[in-house]
Design a protein around this ligand. Structure first.
Ligand SMILES: CC(C)(COP(=O)(O)OP(=O)(O)OC[C@H]1O[C@@H](n2cnc3c(N)ncnc32)[C@H](O)[C@@H]1OP(=O)(O)O)[C@@H](O)C(=O)NCCC(=O)NCCS
Length: 159
């Protein structure tokens, strides 16, 4: 494992445990994150409480985990530690990902979320529009079924 990833994984996982409510079963394990990054297509961004890329040794306040394949960047996970929410960090993370996607040759940002996740307000505010749904796609830890809703946002202006 690269040295940077070895240093970043614990910081990313600390945000993961603080940010995701266990009931929804959305948090990934360290192994899942590590495997997704080592497989190659996935990339991540760690942000500091000040909204900058987290410097080595600095506390991370949020992260994105995404993959870019065939001209599309898919946001797999977006998380901000509850103590740093509603300060614009989620917004900064999505915009950082948009730039990263462009630099990796993507034309659009895509994501899928459970219906009813308040994150929808953030996504709509950033120009994402619903493009589909998958009925009963998710199963919560207590067995409840919830629809998945997919959203997309173009990364390049059509001319
Ligand atoms: C979703 C999440 C990343 C938002 O992070 P954040 O740093 O608080 O987001 P921002 O401060 O950039 O929010 C920007 C705007 O989005 C909207 N918004 C964000 N969170 C919201 C919420 N819980 N309810 C309603 N609107 C919300 C608001 O319009 C907000 O602007 P405002 O604070 O001026 O009203 C964070 O709540 C989180 O980690 N949630 C748990 C994990 C999760 O569900 N991730 C998404 C699916 S993977």
């Amino acid at each position: 494992m690269r040295a940077a990833l070895r240093e970043d994984l614990p910081r990313l996982m600390a945000v993961m445990s603080a940010a995701f409510v266990p009931k929804w079963g959305e948090a990934w394990t360290r192994r899942q994150v590590e495997d997704s990054l080592l497989a190659g297509f996935c990339h991540y961004c760690l942000i500091s409480p000040a909204g900058e890329p987290a410097a080595p040794g600095e506390q991370a306040a949020g992260f994105t985990l995404a993959r870019t394949i065939a001209g599309e960047t898919e946001l797999l996970l977006l998380a901000v530690d509850p103590q740093f929410r509603r300060q614009g960090l989620g917004t900064v993370l999505v915009e950082m990902l948009a730039r990263e996607g462009l630099s990796r040759g993507a034309d659009r940002l895509f994501l899928e979320m459970r219906r009813g996740n308040p994150a929808e307000h953030l996504y709509r505010g950033l120009g994402f529009e619903p493009v589909g749904e998958r009925p009963n796609y998710y199963r919560t830890n207590d067995g409840q079924r919830i629809d998945a809703v997919t959203f997309a946002r173009p990364l390049r202006n059509k001319s």
